[in-house]
Design a protein around this ligand. Structure first.
Ligand SMILES: NC(=O)c1ccc[n+]([C@@H]2O[C@H](COP(=O)([O-])OP(=O)(O)OC[C@H]3O[C@@H](n4cnc5c(N)ncnc54)[C@H](O)[C@@H]3O)[C@@H](O)[C@H]2O)c1
Length: 334
């Protein structure tokens, strides 16, 4: 029998790629997304049926059986969605839905705590005794700018520097607590900077790669902040999807285990700009001041995820960049 999954935030960048891969692998997948930043177009490769949460009961009672991916267009914490989980319809819940913008969380600590923590705890509560595992999309932002944990290890020091980062950490703590209290199995994946095809270039959460490819596609100058020497551990989307599936399928007991999902390698903004100049010729760069609060360097230690899940990145940065450029439909200078 095929494995059944609910993917929250499945119309977003990472969630849509995950949902598509799961379907390709024969899983039965439902998506829930309120389309606040996601787009149904991200699932255009799938045959989908959209239903609002309020119409779910009618849809279920209609007895329609179809080989389509159900996309629930609403809040992941809606009582209709939670009751589907309570009905044991899913083996796995992949929780990607979030308000994932650091600056927005600084400006809206209450709203983002409600979405990213309170609703997530409701979702997890529905999962107790009803799903095999809850897989949570956490973030490397939990580490903040600590100097004594670099490259960052999961067991090392951390210092969240925004409500968003703290919200991720709090949910990780709930994951560990819910295992102790209720035996809910869960895994927390701390993604570093994720990039690849499908990532919009104009969202506040875009990586430099997508933002710059967007500018190249629209013939606009590229913005570079500070001295450009800030470095990032940038991980390709397919590897992040693979980490999610391994986290779900691992035979190990998962008691809220946290894993870094990065590469262990870094690129500076100047290095990325150099690669783009090699491909597209001279580019107009607008230099902007360093952004306050920006972490200078990120880098993952990925020993733990390799040891426990056998995961390591299959994509190097340059190959991922080439795929992403293709997706943007950009022609390189020959
Ligand atoms: N992209 C990255 O580099 C990165 C890095 C670290 C962590 N993450 C985490 O990974 C997850 C996915 O990130 P992404 O880049 O795909 O973001 P995204 O914004 O593309 O996707 C998030 C999706 O969640 C949906 N959503 C938001 N609130 C919702 C709600 N209440 N109910 C239903 N749907 C809702 C949005 O419409 C969107 O489609 C997030 O939890 C994010 O914090 C991403």
């Amino acid at each position: 029998m095929s494995k059944k999954a609910l993917v929250t935030g499945g119309c977003g960048f990472i969630g849509s790629n995950l949902a598509i891969k799961l379907v390709e692998q024969g899983w039965s997948v439902d998506v829930v997304d309120d389309l606040s930043s996601g787009d149904l177009d991200a699932l255009k490769n799938l045959d989908i049926r959209t239903v609002t949460p309020e119409l779910l009961i009618q849809y279920e009672e209609s007895g329609i059986i179809e080989d389509k991916t159900l996309v629930i267009t609403g809040d992941f914490a809606s009582p209709y969605v939670l009751s589907r989980i309570a009905d044991k319809r899913y083996d796995y819940v992949f929780h990607l839905a979030a308000l994932p913008r650091v600056q927005f969380s600084v400006e809206n600590p209450v709203l983002t705590t409600d979405q990213n923590v309170m609703k997530t705890v409701s979702l997890m509560t529905a999962c107790i005794e009803n799903v095999d595992r809850f897989i949570f999309s956490s973030s490397s932002s939990v580490y903040g700018d600590v100097s004594d944990n670099f490259p960052s290890r999961e067991s090392g020091n951390y210092e969240p520097a925004s409500p968003y980062a703290l919200q991720k950490l709090v949910v990780e703590n709930f994951c560990q607590l819910f295992f102790k209290l209720y035996k809910l199995e869960s895994v927390c994946l701390r993604y570093f900077n994720v990039f690849g095809p499908g990532q919009p270039g104009d969202s506040p959460y875009s990586t430099a790669v997508s933002a710059w490819l967007d500018k190249i596609a629209t013939n606009q100058p590229l913005r570079s902040d500070g001295d450009g020497e800030q470095t990032r551990d940038i991980v390709y989307i397919d590897d992040v999807v693979d980490a999610n599936i391994r986290a779900a399928e691992s035979p190990k007991t998962m008691s809220g285990n946290t894993y870094n999902v990065g590469t262990g390698a870094t690129y500076s903004n100047n290095e990325i700009l150099g690669l783009l100049k090699n491909k597209f010729g001279d580019l107009e760069i607008n230099h902007a001041p360093e952004r306050p609060g920006d972490v200078k360097h990120t880098k993952a230690n990925i020993a733990k995820i390799f040891e426990d899940l056998g995961w390591k990145p299959k994509w190097d940065f340059v190959s991922g960049l080439n795929e992403t450029i293709k997706w943007w439909g950009l022609k390189e200078n020959s």
